[in-house]
Design a protein around this ligand. Structure first.
Ligand SMILES: [Fe+2]
Length: 196
């Protein structure tokens, strides 16, 4: 028969356990860099934030090299959107009680470098526009993949507000990619083909 004292002891132990479970640390202190899904989410957030920051710096240079006014306007407009994307990511960091962090995205760095290499070439403007459009689409696909994965993780981590903010960025990246596809089909690629 459990004594009254034992019953009280068990009740205290139970309460302590509930209290511990209800305050989950964002990152468990272990020797692993990736120990929890929160860690994975944060690693990806740093990558997404760096993507946007790198693009804010690169897009004006790319737009300057475009000859097609439609392409230039599209890139200028996307610069404004990209600044919004960075702000939404900062909002997520604030919601988590953290300062924004970035870690160099080697993927984005490489894609921007690919674009810069083409822009250094002596090229017919129509061909350069086609190359800039294709490079911009590579960049959008890179961002789209990153947002899609992170949105799923935010949902699994019970972070609906973060998921909604990420969704808004994703929608604009998809829209930008669609606009680039349409412009390439309607005029950019046709003009490029006229150099044959
Ligand atoms: Fe973006």
């Amino acid at each position: 028969m459990p004594t009254l004292q034992n019953k009280a002891k068990k009740a205290v132990q139970k309460l302590t356990k509930v209290a511990k479970d209800s305050i989950k640390p964002l990152t468990k202190k272990t020797k692993k860099d990736l120990a929890t899904m929160q860690d994975l989410f944060l690693v990806q957030m740093k990558d997404l934030y760096d993507n946007e920051k790198q693009l804010i710096k690169a897009l004006p240079k790319v737009a300057k090299n475009a000859t097609s006014s439609q392409l230039r306007n599209m890139l200028d407009h996307h610069l404004h959107e990209t600044k919004e994307h960075a702000k939404r990511l900062e909002e997520i960091y604030t919601m988590m009680g953290m300062n924004p962090k970035r870690q160099t995205s080697q993927g984005m760095k490489g894609l921007i470098k690919d674009g810069a290499e083409v822009m250094k070439m002596k090229a017919e403007p129509e061909l350069l526009d086609a190359a800039i459009t294709a490079n911009s689409q590579h960049i959008e696909h890179h961002e789209i993949a990153g947002y899609k994965a992170t949105i799923e993780w935010a949902k699994l981590l019970d972070m609906p507000k973060a998921a909604a903010l990420l969704e808004r960025n994703l929608e604009q990246e998809i829209h930008m990619n669609d606009k680039l596809t349409a412009l390439a089909k309607q005029s950019i690629n046709k003009k490029a083909a006229s150099t044959r």
